[in-house]
Design a protein around this ligand. Structure first.
Ligand SMILES: [Zn+2]
Length: 65
């Protein structure tokens, strides 16, 4: 199986503790924490990160400023 042109993407996630939204890399290699409250949102697994946060949708082009 090939993923074709699909790149590992970015996901818009929502913190379960403070409801703030932020973008995280789907295959995060480090723990992702909420930039507002510091809660752990995703933990690395070696592949797709395990998300504790609610995943709202994928983001095609993450233009995070
Ligand atoms: Zn939070």
């Amino acid at each position: 199986m090939t993923e074709g042109r699909r790149r590992a993407g970015f996901l818009l996630i929502k913190c379960p503790d403070c409801s703030s939204e932020q973008i995280a890399f789907e295959r995060a290699s480090t723990t992702v924490t909420c930039r507002i409250c510091g809660s752990t949102l995703a933990t690395p697994t070696g592949g797709r990160a395990k998300f504790r946060a609610q995943v709202l949708r994928s983001v095609e082009d993450a233009t995070v400023s």
